[in-house]
Ligand binder design. Structure first.
Ligand code: PHE
Length: 335
């Protein structure tokens, strides 16, 4: 048997314990230890409940009430600390995961097409609208397609005009896009309407107007009944579309082994005094048509070759070809 007084004493000692612990319940771990110590199945309060049976019958109700009060007190402490600590932890998590949407972002500059690519694509689109296809050929070319088939035999002085980079005796970096004419005609029957934009190479020393690497657009149209008049009309349409209305076009005599007659094409801006040379052109030489198996008595054609850098320089007033390849953003971003 246990006296009620003794139980009271033990209850108030546990109660003192409880109260002195409140201050230390500052972490969730400490709170869990507290729960186990007082409210757990073998905790201090459960142990006191076990004594109930040893209390005298008449006093058991009073004792039970005292024990329940103690248990409620412990539960209340636990619940209020749990709430405080829980919301503190949540606050901390929120603070650590906060994204400040007002901070300036990381700047990723957007690139854009190089001015030469822009000009090339614009030229392509003008001729695509007129019904031409875009063709391509190898930059590493053989002598046959670059010279012989274009009516430039081995001993012909015109070979010297193309200051060619040779890779071996028979292979070279193409100095113009004209070999693509041959490759296309070898594989197709007339009518042929193509343009061929592409990179070319010449043994030129770099200066304001020369670059060992540059770009051309070749045009070839072969069909029955074409004449120089058709070429002139086509050039005028092109110049008006690319440079603007009011430009004049002029053809004058020139020489290329693969065209006969050959012409130089000049244009003049509205109200300008000077004519500017913009490309070489001409009627495809009958020997070239024969070389690809066409009958020059049946079909005729014309071709031209223009420099993309030159077109861009004239359009934008750029005075040094080296700017295209210098990768100076102050230049590149202007277009
Ligand atoms: N291939 C010539 C050059 O590079 C240009 C040209 C092309 C001339 C087609 C006439 C016809 O100079």
């Amino acid at each position: 048997m246990i006296e009620l007084t003794e139980l009271r004493n033990r209850i108030s000692s546990v109660e003192d314990d409880l109260k002195s612990r409140v201050q230390t319940l500052n972490t969730l771990d400490a709170l869990e230890a507290f729960r186990i110590e007082f409210l757990g199945r073998k905790g201090k309060i459960s142990e006191l409940f076990k004594l109930l049976g040893q209390i005298e019958q008449g006093e058991r109700a009073t004792a039970g009430k005292l024990l329940n009060n103690l248990k409620q007190e412990a539960n209340a402490i636990f619940a209020s600390r749990q709430e405080d600590l829980g919301s503190a932890a949540l606050d901390q998590q929120i603070a650590s995961e906060r994204i400040d949407v007002t901070l300036p972002g990381v700047y990723h500059p957007l690139g854009h097409k190089h001015v030469l690519t822009q000009v090339q694509q614009e030229i392509e689109s003008i001729f695509l609208r007129m019904g031409f296809d875009v063709a391509a050929g190898p930059e590493i070319e053989d002598e046959y397609h670059n010279f012989e088939a274009l009516n430039i035999p081995a001993d012909h002085p015109a070979r010297d005009d193309w200051d060619t980079f040779y890779i071996d005796d028979k292979t070279l970096l193409r100095p113009h896009t004209s070999p693509v004419q041959i490759r296309v005609m070898e594989e197709t029957q007339p009518p042929v309407r193509i343009i061929c934009p592409g990179r070319c190479y010449r043994r030129d020393t770099q200066d304001a107007t020369h670059s060992p690497v540059f770009h051309q657009v070749e045009l070839l149209w072969v069909e029955e009944g074409l004449s120089l008049a058709n070429l002139k009309y086509l050039l005028e349409v092109f110049i008006h579309e690319f440079f603007g209305e009011g430009y004049e076009t002029r053809l004058s005599g020139d020489f290329f082994p693969f065209t006969e007659p050959s012409v130089q094409v000049h244009m003049r801006a509205p109200r300008a005094k000077d004519w500017l040379e913009i490309m070489g052109a001409g009627m495809v030489d009958p020997a070239v048509l024969t070389n690809v198996g066409y009958d020059p008595e049946v079909v005729t054609g014309f071709a031209f070759g223009l420099g993309i850098e030159r077109m861009a320089m004239l359009r934008y007033g750029i005075d040094d070809i080296r700017l295209f390849f210098g990768n100076d953003l102050r230049f590149i971003t202007q277009f």
